[in-house]
Design a protein around this ligand. Structure first.
Ligand code: ARG
Ligand code: ZN
Length: 859
């Protein structure tokens, strides 16, 4: 059933307070919910309609009297005209131990936990499960005291005590009204790591991280990240935490990354646990970023929440922007921006180019959990970033102050947010708002002209918007384009200024230009567009060396690489000497010890296949890979000695460290080793094996495994076996072991996949393990996923069908790599379409999978 934004009406009843009581028993859980309702003056109906799924109603009472005058149909309980103000008590029975969908109340390794966003609360009790119904929650939990010593919910602990038969209870109270999607409950046998934070007004907040026994030693990075997040939000946004306690619980079975439930964040273990022996540098970065993300939701999502789920990007886009800026402030800004833009291009641009393209504020959906997308999150963050760019940091801060001030405690819309930006700046942002409503990645073409006689330089921009499903004839957007100008020697003539492109075609003139300048356009990737310029290779080479903008410096090199890859694809014998020589210059810079190593690592990496594919009219993964590999081989042959020297220069000094310098050094060694081992011969395997043997941390081990993955040399099996033996008791590392085999571009891949699928450690019910095999393969092994035999598609198709009944959300997510089928070669298209049709023909197809598959096929 499709739901439309235009159909929004306010809830008929307000919930003044909610009392929940959970009796956690072996084999069943009894939930009693008592809610005081009052008619909403803004409501248009007088029927109380409550959402509820997967539960048995045991009894209903209205104002304390048994009540039976309700109907239940299609997941809703309706009570006709219950009155102006009344209390309703519903007792129901649920089965968390049998809940494999991991929505609502479920079990993970014997512990109870909840996931209510977006619509999981209705699997716990009948309620108006919508984000604009805010209420004060009091929660009583009762369970066996030995098996479940820890019992948590939102807010403050109000009461606790022992009961008969070895049971105990706890009562939690959250004084801040919240929508039910932010409710959480955890009960289990967990260890606690504790610290404190003192807020800017001097209040002491207890910080607790709960993990399974044995994992306590892997929490210090998460705890440090939490304290940094709390301080950053005070400094940058003036936002203080309001309660006396902040809990984080790590669970192994989780559909997504983490969840921002008020004062009780629930996390996937993958985004909490981090130790040098078991986590890579990039894992450390993810933990910091996601701890920040969930903490920042406290203000952007919880204190100010969404009116309805069409506004999801109100909280997610803004919170991603906040976590990106937090990470940029804690680490290297340019490196972070490069990595974020790479992800945006690979995953969001491809979504925008597929039948699943949708607006940041969509008009309709079938299943909201399918809208936790790269568009809502990452493109949404780009829209906030553009507003930050247009307003400038200071005015943006005034606007966010206004936003928090105006809407604290309310459920609002993306329109409300942009209105604050407009009110605080005095600017008209109505054209800008089109970014929220128009799907698809805009193209921006730039042509330059130098008029020597008038010493005038002009840049002419042409923007165009692609048609997307149900959207054609789009209007021009308001695009902030950050531009700087360099002279022929690489000196900056004009520091960054923001040109505002608002017309379909628009020219900007720069006066007093004694010579033709070289423009650095879209600095910092100031807008999420596909940029095409008329810059020559020589212009790009100048920018690659001299641009003052770290992002564009890298971008210039990537554009040169893309041009080179295209040349080789068009003409395998093409002369690429110049490009290879330029790489030599970068290597020489590295050998001189100058420059940022993390940036050099990225400069030495050719664009990933998924990024190159965004520039192809028809995608042929094998052809892209062949061209990319041929270039890497030529780079290796030409610069073998210099690369080996650069590798040696960046050897591990012996003392492990997490400084940006040390992480940069490891990243650089990885980039170099990848080139040196591209031919997969005996020497390559020996190098990788030596790298593994010298490793004292997970980053270096993963580098070695990644460089050995495609190899057929005996060292491959040796190293993978050693890795498994060492880490078989660390599930998150076993996930890496699965992934690193699933991404292998080698002949035996389909036998490997079958072996991994049947491995004793594979578990279809654990999303991390499913992703470690299937998403790793389908997303990060594009050549074999798109194998002409169709075996790759069949492998994914079968698991989607299997997961459809076990965990529909995960099943639907797994369809992603198939949705762009129309962009591939005709032979691949036919096979992808067949896989989609086979899924669509599955009996009892869940709404989640149906929406993605049917939209993919229709597109
Ligand atoms: N709000 C969470 C976050 O981004 C995501 C949780 C969504 N979960 C889900 N099952 N749809 O921080
Ligand atoms: Zn979020």
């Amino acid at each position: 059933k499709t739901i439309y934004l235009k159909d929004y009406t306010p809830a008929p009843y307000l919930a003044k307070q909610v009392n929940l009581s959970f009796n956690l028993l072996p084999g069943k859980t009894i939930v009693t919910s008592s809610v005081d309702y009052v008619k909403n003056p803004a409501g248009v109906s007088s029927d109380l309609v409550l959402d509820g799924e997967d539960q048995t109603v045991i009894s209903v009472a209205l104002n304390g009297q048994p009540f039976e005058d309700y109907t239940i149909a299609d997941g809703q309980m309706t009570i006709v005209n219950p009155g102006h103000a009344f209390s309703l008590t519903i007792v129901s029975e649920i089965h968390p131990e049998a809940n494999t969908a991991l929505e609502g109340l479920y079990q993970s390794q014997g512990n109870y936990c909840t996931q209510c966003e977006a619509e999981g609360f209705r699997r716990i009790t009948y309620y108006q499960d919508r984000p604009d119904v805010l209420s004060v929650f009091t929660v009583r939990i009762e369970a066996d005291a030995l098996a479940y010593p820890v019992m948590l919910s939102n807010g403050n602990l109000q009461e606790e005590g022992m009961l008969a038969d070895g049971r105990h209870f706890r009562v939690w109270h959250d004084p801040f009204p919240k929508p039910c999607y932010l409710f959480a409950l955890v009960a289990g046998d967990l260890e606690r790591v504790a610290d404190t934070f003192t807020t800017m007004t001097g209040r002491k907040v207890d910080l607790h991280i709960y993990v399974r026994a044995g994992d306590e030693g892997q929490c210090s990075h998460a705890m440090a990240s939490l304290k940094k997040s709390m301080q950053w939000d005070e400094e940058v946004y003036g936002r203080e935490y309001q309660l006396d306690l902040f809990n984080i619980v790590a669970v192994s079975d989780f559909n997504m990354g983490a969840m921002e439930n008020t004062s009780l964040n629930v996390f996937n273990t993958a985004l909490v646990l981090a130790h040098q022996e078991t986590a890579t540098d990039s894992d450390f970065m993810s933990v910091e970023g996601v701890i920040g993300h969930e903490y920042f939701h406290n203000w952007t999502g919880n204190r100010v929440t969404c009116r309805d789920w069409f506004q999801l990007s109100l909280k997610e886009g803004f919170t991603v922007f906040r976590d990106q800026e937090f990470s940029a402030d804690m680490n290297s800004r340019a490196v972070l921006r490069i990595d974020d833009v790479n992800t945006l291009r690979r995953l969001q641009f491809s979504e925008d180019g597929s039948p699943l393209a949708h607006a940041v504020q969509p008009d309709q959906f079938i299943e909201i959990s399918n809208f936790y997308t790269k568009t809502i999150y990452d493109k949404g963050a780009e829209l906030i970033r553009m507003q930050h760019t247009l307003l400038g940091a200071e005015t943006f801060r005034k606007a966010t102050d206004l936003y928090f001030d105006r809407f604290d405690g309310q459920a609002v819309t993306c329109d409300d947010f942009v209105q604050c930006m407009a009110d605080a700046s005095g600017r008209d942002l109505s054209q800008f708002f089109r970014w929220y409503k128009q799907a698809g990645t805009p193209s921006l073409q730039v042509s330059s002209h130098y008029d020597a006689s008038h010493q005038r330089y002009t840049l002419t921009f042409k923007q165009s918007q692609p048609d997307t499903p149900e959207q054609t004839n789009k209007q021009p957007l308001h695009i902030p384009v950050a531009v700087g100008l360099l002279d022929a020697f690489g000196q900056e003539l004009l520091p960054t200024r923001v040109l505002e492109v608002t017309e379909r075609e628009q020219t900007f003139t720069f006066a007093d230009m004694a010579d033709r300048p070289v423009p650095s356009i879209l600095r910092g990737f100031s807008a999420p567009v596909k940029l095409e310029t008329d810059l020559s290779d020589d212009d790009l080479r100048l920018l690659q060396v001299y641009d003052t903008d770290g992002f564009n410096k890298w971008e210039a090199g990537q554009t040169l690489a893309l041009r080179t890859i295209q040349r080789v694809m068009d003409q395998p014998e093409a002369d690429i000497t110049q490009f290879v020589a330029d790489i030599g210059t970068l290597i020489a810079q590295g050998l001189s010890g100058q420059g940022d190593k993390a940036l050099l690592a990225r400069a030495l990496s050719l664009p990933l296949l998924g990024v190159i594919a965004q520039h192809q009219a028809v995608i042929d993964p094998a052809a892209i890979d062949a061209a990319r590999t041929a270039i890497l081989i030529q780079i290796k042959r030409t610069h073998k000695e210099a690369l080996a020297a650069l590798y040696d220069l960046n050897r591990n000094s012996g003392e492990f460290s997490m400084t940006p310098e040390a992480m940069g050094r490891r990243a650089l060694q990885h980039a170099v080793l990848e080139i040196l081992t591209v031919t997969n011969g005996t020497g390559c395997a020996a190098r990788s094996k030596a790298h593994y043997d010298a490793a004292d941390n997970m980053t270096d081990r993963v580098t070695a495994l990644a460089c050995l993955a495609d190899s057929d040399q005996p060292q491959r099996a040796e190293v993978f076996a050693d890795f498994y033996a060492r880490f078989k008791n660390y599930p998150l590392v076993v996930d890496k072991w699965f992934s690193l085999q699933a991404i292998a571009n080698r002949e035996q891949i389909f036998e490997d996949l079958a072996m991994l699928r049947n491995h004793a450690d594979f578990n279809i019910k654990n999303p991390n393990r499913v992703r470690s095999l299937y998403s790793a393969f389908a997303i990060n092994n594009p050549v074999k996923f798109h194998d002409p035999s169709g075996k790759g598609y069949a492998f994914l198709r079968d698991v989607i069908i299997e997961l459809n009944t076990i965990n529909p959300q995960i099943a639907a997510r797994m369809v992603t790599p198939l949705r762009e089928w129309k962009r591939y070669t005709p032979a691949l298209q036919a096979q992808m379409q067949a896989a989609l049709e086979a899924i669509l023909a599955t009996p009892n197809l869940s709404g989640d999978v149906f929406e993605i598959v049917s939209k993919s096929l229709k597109g």
